[in-house]
Design a binder for this molecule. Structure first.
Ligand SMILES: [Zn+2]
Length: 140
């Protein structure tokens, strides 16, 4: 997520300033309400501190908020920390245990099960297991 470094050049400590946690999208930016005026909140609240003379790295939206409240804060360099993104797996592979040998039937998006050998679609895991036991007995 995007972060910003703030510098506190004043003599004033900012301690435990409460800011609600924003919902952050994959791009690291807060997700805005449909009205577009403010970020969506997760419902959690965190406390943020930056003491006199300190440099502190904050999530970008927290840094922006603190700067609105405390106009004397100075912004340092902008960093972007890349996080690893896992690829989504659209099809869940289900291992059944209804036959002595294991095999994998594909669960389709609508919840139906596809036979891994011939591709026929069945209502549920039990139905596909029965089908495999009869039609593809030679595979075991
Ligand atoms: Zn089949």
């Amino acid at each position: 997520m995007k972060t910003k470094i703030l510098h506190n050049p004043s003599e004033k400590d900012i301690i435990d300033y409460k800011i609600e946690e924003a919902v952050v999208g994959q791009d690291g930016e807060p997700v805005y309400e449909e009205s577009g005026t403010r970020p969506k909140w997760t419902g959690k609240t965190y406390e943020w501190s930056i003491k006199a003379g300190e440099n502190v790295e904050f999530p970008a939206y927290v840094a922006d908020y603190l700067k609105q409240i405390y106009g004397f804060l100075e912004e340092g360099e902008v960093k972007e920390v890349k996080e690893e993104v896992k690829e989504a797996q659209p099809i869940e592979v289900v291992k059944t245990d209804l036959t002595p040998n294991s095999y994998k039937a594909k669960r389709l998006e609508d919840g139906q099960m596809a036979c891994p050998f011939c591709g026929k679609v069945f209502k549920n895991q039990r139905a596909v297991a029965l089908h495999i036991g009869v039609a593809h007995r030679d595979k075991f």
